[in-house]
Design a protein around this ligand. Structure first.
Ligand code: B16
Ligand code: MG
Length: 218
């Protein structure tokens, strides 16, 4: 049995920040004169900020200069940071602390593997930062998910082989990244959407301690 490492995505796995990303993108779309719906926001999950803006501008059929593009990226993030200013522990998704605590008690290394450039302040706000041995986020990688760079770097920083890492993800691009890194992929959310994951759960309330032990002992 090799030493295992557990890697968690942030948005949609630890905390539901997607609704705040939505509000900020919607504000920008409205400002540019068109609507942006919750359904369209689904396309943005797990996707880098830059790629999100490209998709948003495609939806509105807007051609932007490099300068406008960069300004809108900054504006969106300022609005997003305002929306999450008062984020606290009450927004942690069910049973996440229980799983993190169990892993910690068993000395299992834990990493964050997120596309967000705001990951560290978010973990601080919800008071979960102390569980993580390393944070790999949008600031540390060049290639966005589905490229496996974020998870491969997390494995390296944990000192664990890729094949011995377990990844929890809510986005299709994230499951694809975990699978191409040859890690154990666990989909959190809709099984139909995340059908490429090795295991599927709606949320952490469905994940038993026995299952975690089984993953550790694989
Ligand atoms: P930021 P994850 C992702 O988080 C979000 O799902 C995605 O909607 C967002 O665009 C991306 O982070 C970048 O976030 O603008 O804060 O850098 O699911 O990879 O934790
Ligand atoms: Mg996510």
């Amino acid at each position: 049995m090799n030493r295992k490492g557990f890697i968690f995505d942030l948005d949609g796995v630890i905390v539901d920040t997607a609704k705040y990303h939505f509000l900020a993108w919607k504000k920008l779309a409205n400002q540019l004169g068109y609507e942006f719906t919750k359904e369209q926001n689904e396309l943005f999950k797990g996707v880098s900020r830059k790629r999100c803006l490209e998709i948003l501008l495609d939806i509105g059929n807007i051609e932007a200069t490099k300068e406008q593009f960069d300004t809108w990226m900054v504006e969106k993030n300022i609005d997003y940071l305002e929306y999450i200013e008062n984020l606290d522990e009450s927004e942690i998704l069910p049973d996440v602390p229980k799983v993190l605590q169990f892993l910690k008690e068993n000395n299992i290394p834990i990493a964050l593997g997120s596309a967000s450039k705001n990951a560290q302040p978010i973990l601080e706000k919800v008071k979960l930062l102390h569980y993580f041995d390393t944070i790999v986020d949008g600031n540390s990688v060049k290639k966005a998910k589905p490229n496996p760079e974020v998870f491969l770097l997390a494995a390296k920083q944990l000192g664990v082989k890729s094949k011995d890492c377990v990844v929890f993800e809510d986005a299709v691009a994230g499951i694809e990244a975990a699978n191409s890194a040859k890690m154990i992929s666990i989909g959190i959310g809709d099984k139909k959407v995340l059908h490429e994951a090795q295991f599927n759960f709606t949320d952490f309330t469905e994940i038993s301690t026995d299952f975690i032990i089984e993953l550790i002992n694989r």
